[in-house]
Design a protein around this ligand. Sequence first.
Ligand code: FES
Length: 92
Amino acid sequence: MPKVKFIADNIEVEAEEGKLLREVCQDNDMTIPFGCENGLCGTCLVSVKEGEDNLSEKTDIEKETLEAILAYEDQRLACQCKVQGDVTFDLD
Ligand code: FES
């Protein structure tokens, strides 16, 4: 199973492949804030430090929101991406 590491909380867990990063965060009490959970508000913005290719492609909604909030290239919305391999991420 893929390993998901969240630097801010110093947590590393194993996650079911294909699971939303939001579900992995919530199942493991990671301190990522969530708002709409639909890719619209940008609250769940995270920076992917390793394994960006191990997340699902950006949805149209995610692309639009990331563009609207002027996100950096390495940033994703945790409520929109699915885990497909090992990933390390942080909040900054
Ligand atoms: S919680 Fe609103 S975009 Fe993820």
